[in-house]
Ligand binder design. Structure first.
Ligand SMILES: Nc1ncnc2c1ncn2[C@@H]1O[C@H](COP(=O)(O)OP(=O)(O)O)[C@@H](O)[C@H]1O
Ligand SMILES: CC(=O)N[C@@H](CCC(=O)OP(=O)(O)O)C(=O)O
Length: 267
């Protein structure tokens, strides 16, 4: 973010479902201070809150893989309802924390005009078998930033990354990739992916800086699970014009200042 960045350009922060309820008071203090200078768009995940809601979300069958090996939650209308239940609860908590610290905040479902999705895959690997099933998941095809009407310093949006497909159905999307698409569409210079690990690790070693090209090469041979999706999201954000993506588990201003975390840039 440079001195000349317009005041309504947001910082987009993806709050990992893995760590959302572990973020300490000091973390929120830091975010709120940053939010006095920049509009905030927070995009949250829900992996851990869903597991806390019901043990069935910890079962291996809760997650499917497409033919390229990308993992995705098996999403039925009941799962969407559960996602909304946990998102409403955690939304209340996040909005309260921000408001206590002087940031006005509102919730927005991606499916309420912000995020559009295309047709999803029909064949999925489930329990080592390739099966045809309806999975209410779709790739993101567009973001309409007009849905974020009030981008200004002192205000935050908390986005639940559901989307709507061309048939009008509400579908699930990947939260990191949704954050990347939102960052691109809002002209954000920085995307911060807050998670439960301090750095991207390659061969067990923390990576402080990496280019999109090297990150993509590692993604396709070495990264697994959640990190694979983050590296994919990082590449998409940089392709959409974002200048830097930072992955880590620290305060947002420490990550933005590259004091910790992994910084990913185009070159
Ligand atoms: N190369 C890697 N470096 C760091 N973390 C990795 C790597 N490969 C896989 N991971 C896993 O990615 C996880 C973060 O992704 P994820 O569980 O989806 O978190 P979040 O809910 O925050 O999005 C880490 O907890 C770690 O187990
Ligand atoms: C399609 C798909 O799998 N969507 C993800 C979206 C949430 C997410 O990514 O949450 P984390 O931040 O906890 O990883 C899911 O339902 O788990």
């Amino acid at each position: 973010m440079s001195e000349t960045t317009p005041v309504n350009t947001p910082t987009v922060v993806k709050l990992g479902g893995s760590c959302l309820d572990d973020l300490a008071d000091g973390w929120w203090d830091d975010l709120a201070r940053h939010g006095q200078d920049r509009p905030l768009v927070l995009v949250h995940g829900w992996s851990k809150p869903l597991k806390q809601l019901s043990p069935r979300y910890s079962e291996p069958s809760a997650v499917l893989r497409d033919r390229y090996g990308n993992q995705s939650r098996w999403t039925t209308p009941e799962v969407i309802a559960d996602i909304k239940t946990v998102s409403a609860r955690l939304g209340e908590d996040v909005l309260g924390r921000l408001e206590q610290r002087g940031i006005t905040a509102e919730r927005l479902l991606g499916s309420d005009g912000l995020v559009a999705a295309g047709e999803g895959e029909h064949w999925w690997w489930r329990d080592k078998q390739l099966v045809e099933l309806e999975n209410l998941v779709g790739p993101i095809t567009g973001v309409d930033p007009a849905a974020l009407k009030n981008l200004q310093p002192g205000h935050a949006y908390l986005v639940t990354p559901l989307a709507r497909n061309a048939a009008g159905q509400e579908v699930n999307t990947d939260a990191d990739r949704a954050a990347a698409a939102i960052a691109g569409a809002t002209g954000a210079t920085d995307l911060v992916l807050v998670t439960d690990v301090a750095h991207l690790l390659i061969d067990g070693e923390p990576v402080r800086r990496i280019t999109a090209k090297v990150a993509a090469a590692f993604r396709d041979k070495g990264a697994t699970g959640g990190m694979r999706k983050k590296l994919r999201a990082a590449g998409e954000a940089l392709d959409a014009g974002v200048e830097r993506v930072v992955i880590g588990s620290a305060a947002v201003t420490d990550l933005l200042a590259a004091r910790t975390g992994t910084v990913i840039t185009r070159t």
